[in-house]
Ligand binder design. Sequence first.
Ligand SMILES: C[S@@+](CC[C@H](N)C(=O)[O-])C[C@H]1O[C@@H](n2cnc3c(N)ncnc32)[C@H](O)[C@@H]1O
Ligand SMILES: [Zn+2]
Ligand SMILES: [Zn+2]
Ligand SMILES: [Zn+2]
Ligand SMILES: [Zn+2]
Ligand SMILES: [Zn+2]
Ligand SMILES: [Zn+2]
Length: 515
Amino acid sequence: MASPRERLEAVETEESAGRGGCSGVEVVFSSDPAVPAPLCPHELGPTLLFVKVNQGKEETRRFYACSACRDRKDCNFFQWEDEKLSEARLAAREAHNRRCQPPLSRRQCVERYLKFIELPMSKRKFCQRCQQLLLPDEWERHREHQVMGDISVAQLRRPSQLLYPLENKKANAQYLFADRSCQFLVDLLSALGFRRVLCVGTPRLHELIRLMPSGDRNSNIKSLLLDIDFRYSQFYMEDSFCHYNMFNHHFFDGKAALEVCRAFLQEDEGEGVIMVTDPPFGGLVEPLAVTFKKLIAMWKEGQSQSNSHKELPIFWIFPYFFESRICQFFPSFCMLDYQVDYDNHALYKHGKTGRKQSPVRIFTNIPPHKIILPTEEGYRFCPVCQRYVSLENQHCEHCNSCTSKDGRKWSHCFLCKKCVKPSWSHCSVCNNCALPGHTCKDPKDGCFICGELDHKRSACPNSATYQYRKIAVRKQKQRKRTKMKMEPTKGQPMNHTSVRRKKNRRERAHQYLCS
Ligand SMILES: C[S@@+](CC[C@H](N)C(=O)[O-])C[C@H]1O[C@@H](n2cnc3c(N)ncnc32)[C@H](O)[C@@H]1O
Ligand SMILES: [Zn+2]
Ligand SMILES: [Zn+2]
Ligand SMILES: [Zn+2]
Ligand SMILES: [Zn+2]
Ligand SMILES: [Zn+2]
Ligand SMILES: [Zn+2]
């Protein structure tokens, strides 16, 4: 069986080559804004429009599927883009959607919370099965369930320890920061002088910020959590938690919640705020980037003219092999060497015997020289690169940079004219460095957009031209189809994870990321 390191190398090679490089599905953002996307049963906001990609070619028929759940088992919503639904089917869908709603409104949650904290400790109970704080008149209904009593204020302030993490890999992937990484982040945010943190999918960071002891200058930091996990509604007032879907920028509680987020971003003309996000790793980068750009736009609206050149500071926490993908959407971002550790993730944890390597990094638009990484955890400052790097990441005089991405010592290949992973060697057939035992490059393995061999579609410099051509070809085909009054393509409703090769690749990624 392949070692975790080998599995990771296989995954990262494919990831850096661009997701959807061969077959799979991609999100389409160019749909007509006048046509609203339908809602999935969980009302996770509008669904996303997907297109199946087969060997680099887009199929013509596009479909809507759930934005947050990438597994058909979690949400089996499916609708062809051009499908007309009967009144009866629409009504049935609406009724089904209503049944899938959370049992309580956001307001009701807040009211329950206020009642709960009034109770003496002996009457404060939490049902572990239902993951719910219980008021005395509800005890009877949970009699048969496992119930914890004597819930203290300290426990109420650490909901991420009370609730079990939703480890459903494709929908939630709730991997919680280990204390040392979370503390590092809080100290860093404070040292950088931030006064407000918009936590997008970082419930543990949110609670740690709020736990800063009063009197400490850090205690002035305010935090607002946006997360899809509705269970957190029980523990926070409306101004510190919004039920939110980061794949489609949807606020479940409508305008009121959106205004909470807007006011938070725009306070003090947008000064002193940072967004920190740690999305599920299985998520597609593009919908996330689209969402973050919407949050950035919301922050920008509150800026005075003189600040119009400024960027909203961001920490995007994600595995290092997404670097090229993230930088494609956010060219000002750089990747820090800091390895983020998780509590409920065997491979990412620092063990007693020393550190296991974590592939998760921080991507940021804050200049890296401002970010001091802890020397006691094995980081050093490179005066040439003007940034902190891990000890193993040595400065290469040929590349004039500290080149390692994965925390190991990389070595320079004079034929490739760049540093490569220690396990790679130069292959004369591919004329590239690669893992020994790799399958040598077939000319077909080049970029699916322009056919060049030196890059994949995700990094294609010709993508815009070809994209344009592809749209034109698609339109032409559509016109032809309408003219010929052909029957629409018959096909099996396809789930966005059902394509075999893509699935295998994802599974391998998950095997590593989630084992
Ligand atoms: C990888 S975990 C990050 C948790 C973080 N490390 C912490 O300890 O605070 C991903 C987080 O994003 C949330 N999440 C998952 N899908 C989401 C979505 N579509 N929209 C918003 N939040 C989502 C999960 O509930 C979880 O809290
Ligand atoms: Zn759904
Ligand atoms: Zn219960
Ligand atoms: Zn250097
Ligand atoms: Zn080098
Ligand atoms: Zn080489
Ligand atoms: Zn080769």
